[in-house]
Design a protein around this ligand. Structure first.
Ligand SMILES: Cc1ncc(COP(=O)(O)O)c(C=O)c1O
Length: 421
């Protein structure tokens, strides 16, 4: 820690602060946060309407003191979790309701990798250096998992259409491969990977295949029900062994909630952890964490029940309608093209004529949170239903900023804006 940092280091006050003063401080601090209520960030916060947020908050408070670590002490949470898993498994055409609520997409991915590693240890004990094959567009959570659990990731390229190059993917599969990965959709180019083909690769070798539907798991099933043609991405593909689907994204529930769903007991048996050599008793957890927040579990159950299929269909229809409009508007601007063929409400747009980093800087100066992608340099948006009223303002700014970049009045300030910052 530098001297400068030392000066601002907080220490516990001798006397507590009155709650009213704490609220004042917190409201003041929140003023510097991105204005998500005004649609200024197209990621991180998923807007489904004030009514849905109220249900999530109220349910969160009801579950607030509960701990998902102890289902016998909190049978309410046990019921909520098991019903959320059943409902999610139903949406994803899973043969059984096997799986759990986790803290988020990354934890679901970590568990999927652990399952594949532990299953291979039993079924292919000759493998000493297990590998994961995944498209280069897959989420970094897989590399994190590989790092934690002692596996290696082999990332394979996309082709000119920004879709994974199937031949390169197949060629990367070796005798050391224990897990294949596909996304529905991937964050980067916003498309569903060719899950049916990848599923066959996994089936031929009897290895695990995880579909990362963290983004699409609670959206794509409704896109399909609305009659849009999409690549079938779920357990209808016989090689799929696990799917992650995030409740706290397009499930519209409180943060701290995703699901990992397993095809059958053969897969699910490798998910949990059990330790029986502790004076404190036995320790058994289905996920990576110990204590699990009752609020997040309760909120997930409440929002799913509040919305029901009709609610999710309504929100999905609305989003798909404005996405079509947005895409047409962007493509009508002579300087931009949409990268790939977006399957849902994620979209990346790029340019051959203007510097996208300068455009990003111009948009950021007007209060929009910008996420730039590297290849091709593009601006990425991840939109939820509540973004609709803000899109015209966004496009107006985009048109003006683009002209200012072209006339040299806005110059590139930033080298690169990184994901997650
Ligand atoms: C495709 C995909 N998978 C996984 C994740 C990780 O989710 P989380 O941030 O909840 O851990 C994300 C996050 O945006 C994602 O886009």
């Amino acid at each position: 820690m530098t001297v400068e940092q030392e000066k601002t280091r907080a220490s516990l006050a001798r006397e507590g602060i009155a709650a009213a003063d704490i609220w004042t401080i917190m409201d003041h601090e929140a003023e510097a946060d991105v204005r998500w209520q005004e649609g200024r960030v197209a990621a991180l916060v998923y807007l489904a309407g004030d009514d849905v947020a109220e249900v999530a908050k109220n349910a969160y408070l009801r579950g607030f003191s509960g701990n998902g670590l102890a289902p016998t002490a909190f049978p309410s949470l046990k019921r909520y979790e098991s019903e959320v898993v059943d409902m999610t498994a139903g949406l994803l055409h899973a043969p059984a309701g096997l799986g759990n609520i986790t803290s988020g997409g990354t934890e679901s991915i970590l568990l999927a990798v652990k399952i594949a590693r532990d299953r291979a240890r039993v079924r292919q004990p000759e493998i000493t250096a297990p590998e994961i094959v995944l498209p280069e567009t897959a989420h970094p959570g897989f590399d994190k998992a590989a790092h934690y659990f002692g596996l290696k990731t082999i990332r394979t390229p996309v082709g000119p259409d920004w879709r994974v190059d199937i031949d390169a993917y197949r060629a990367a599969i070796t005798g050391n491969t224990v897990l294949l990965v596909g996304s529905a959709p991937n964050y980067v180019y916003t498309m569903i990977d060719p899950i049916p083909e990848l599923s066959e690769f996994a089936r031929e070798r009897d290895i695990c295949f995880h579909v990362d539907a963290c983004v699409g798991g609670f959206f794509l099933p409704f896109v399909e029900k609305l009659g849009h043609e999409i690549i079938p991405f779920d357990f209808r593909n016989p090689g799929v062994t696990t799917i992650s689907a995030d409740l706290h994204k397009f499930g519209y529930t409180a943060k701290g909630a995703s699901t990992l769903i397993c095809r059958d007991e053969d897969i699910y048996q490798y998910q949990g952890y059990y330790f029986d050599n502790w004076p404190g008793g036995t320790y058994r957890t289905p996920t990576l964490t110990g204590t699990r927040p009752g609020g997040a579990i309760a909120a997930a159950w409440a929002v799913m029940n509040y919305l029901g299929e009709d609610g999710y269909l309504r929100l999905t229809r609305k989003t798909m309608t404005f996405m079509r409009w947005l895409r047409d508007e962007i493509e009508a601007m002579p300087d931009f093209y949409v990268v790939g063929e977006p399957d849902m409400s994620l979209i990346a747009y790029a340019s051959d004529t203007v510097d996208m980093v300068a455009v990003g800087d111009g948009m950021a100066a007007r209060g929009w949170r910008v996420y730039l992608e590297r290849v091709p340099p593009s601006i990425h948006l991840m939109l939820s239903p509540g973004h609709e009223p803000f899109l015209s303002g966004y496009l107006n700014d985009l048109r003006e900023v683009t002209e200012l970049v072209k006339s040299g009045e806005i110059l590139r300030k930033t080298e690169e804006l990184k994901y997650g910052q």
